[in-house]
Design a protein around this ligand. Structure first.
Ligand SMILES: Nc1ncnc2c1ncn2[C@@H]1O[C@H](COP(=O)(O)OP(=O)(O)OP(=O)(O)O)[C@@H](O)[C@H]1O
Length: 354
């Protein structure tokens, strides 16, 4: 990322901070999406094969209050699916997601609504998530009005405050989304999310569609809001430069599983997992770390039929027999640094394959 992105505020409380989200053994499976030919065949009465996409597979993850966690991995590895489950908009197939120690599925209606508002998601394409028929004031103000966070009398001032906070001039609140630029539309999405007073934002490739200079402005906004509102973020991105700059901790996913997790500086200086090493080795300079995943050798296997054992073994330069049959556990290789690799069990390995 360019130098125009300000240094983020450090995550001061670290491991002592309150656990906001605990993801425990969470999996999500989908029935396979039918392609065009498949849909025609189904319409003509062809029997459907029972194919299952293993989008997220037994993930454990804790996010603490005030933290920025970067979630990284190649396309299709399950980042968005995990993000949607953590935000509470997609139920897991198995496992539990605790919000401040409580399972959201077991909450009464009032508590469930509060928990739903406290976690908001900001998507890549603001145009597709903003209703084109509503004015910006309605887009931003409807949910807080409905949930009693503002009143009819206070509506206009409440909307103005959200717009200002997101860097928008309230003078434009009677306009429609198509009358704004891409960056401004993303700010409308941010204002809408903030208007329900969340504690936690899941940003799913939230700056990927913007020009680089606009990206920097929106990233700076996220970091300013973090300080002002004590927000916690799960930041999903293909851009390793952005992730390195913004995150306190980085989680790497491969084919539905978390393969490595550590403080950001540890991941970038001492990556343990061969997959993380491949992601980083291909792009040694931070400026060059943009959209670089295509450089990891080999094809990503299909999540319809993931390889046995370690999912990464067909592409791993260090794979040995055990990797082909046994799923490695996600183990602590240093304090706060977890990795899912059989190499760590080898004597004298030291966690860094050569
Ligand atoms: N609603 C759905 N129905 C069927 N399959 C799905 C659905 N949502 C996601 N998938 C599949 O689950 C897998 C994980 O998808 P997901 O979007 O979570 O990955 P991702 O890492 O976010 O990818 P990208 O970076 O391309 O957005 C993919 O194979 C995807 O096709």
């Amino acid at each position: 990322m360019s130098a125009t992105v300000e240094a983020p505020k450090a995550f001061a409380r670290g491991a002592d901070a309150e656990k906001l989200i605990e993801v425990v053994g969470v999996s999500r499976r989908f029935a396979k999406r039918l392609d065009f030919a498949g849909r025609i065949a189904a319409k003509l009465g062809a029997p459907l094969r029972d194919e299952v996409v293993h989008a997220v597979d037994k993930v454990d993850l804790t996010i603490r209050k005030g933290e920025v966690v970067g979630l990284v991995g190649e396309s299709g590895c399950g980042k968005s699916t995990l993000g949607r489950m953590v935000a509470g908009i997609l139920p897991p197939s198995d496992g539990t997601i605790l919000w401040k120690g409580r399972d959201r599925t077991g909450l009464g209606a009032k508590d469930a609504r509060a928990a739903m508002l406290q976690a908001q998601m900001i998507f890549q394409d603001p145009m597709s998530s903003l209703n084109p028929r509503l004015k910006v004031a309605e887009i931003i103000g409807e949910a807080p009005l409905y949930h009693g966070l503002t009143t009819r009398a206070g509506f206009s001032a409440y909307v103005d405050e959200q717009m200002r906070r997101a860097g928008l001039d309230p003078v434009f609140k009677a306009r429609y989304p198509h009358q704004f630029s891409g960056g401004q539309r993303q700010r409308i999405g941010i204002a809408r999310a903030l208007a329900v007073q969340p504690e936690f934002l899941v940003c799913d490739e939230s700056v990927a569609a913007l020009d680089v200079s606009i990206q920097a402005q929106v990233l700076n906004l996220f970091m300013r809001l973090r300080g002002e509102l004590n927000l916690t973020y799960l930041f999903i991105s293909h851009d390793l430069g952005v992730v390195e700059h913004l995150s306190d901790r980085v989680v790497i996913m491969y084919l539905g599983r978390v393969v490595e997790e550590a403080a950001t500086e540890t991941v970038f200086a001492r990556a343990n997992h061969p997959y993380t090493q491949s992601l980083l080795a291909a792009v040694p300079k931070i400026e060059a770390r943009k959209k670089s995943f295509a450089t990891v050798k080999g094809e990503i296997p299909s999540p319809l039929n993931p390889p046995a054992g370690c999912h990464f073994h067909p592409r791993c330069p260090h794979a040995f027999d055990r990797c082909r049959v046994e799923v490695p556990a996600l183990k602590e290789v240093a304090p706060g640094h977890r990795s899912r690799c059989h190499l760590n069990d080898l004597p004298d390995h030291g966690g860094m394959p050569v």
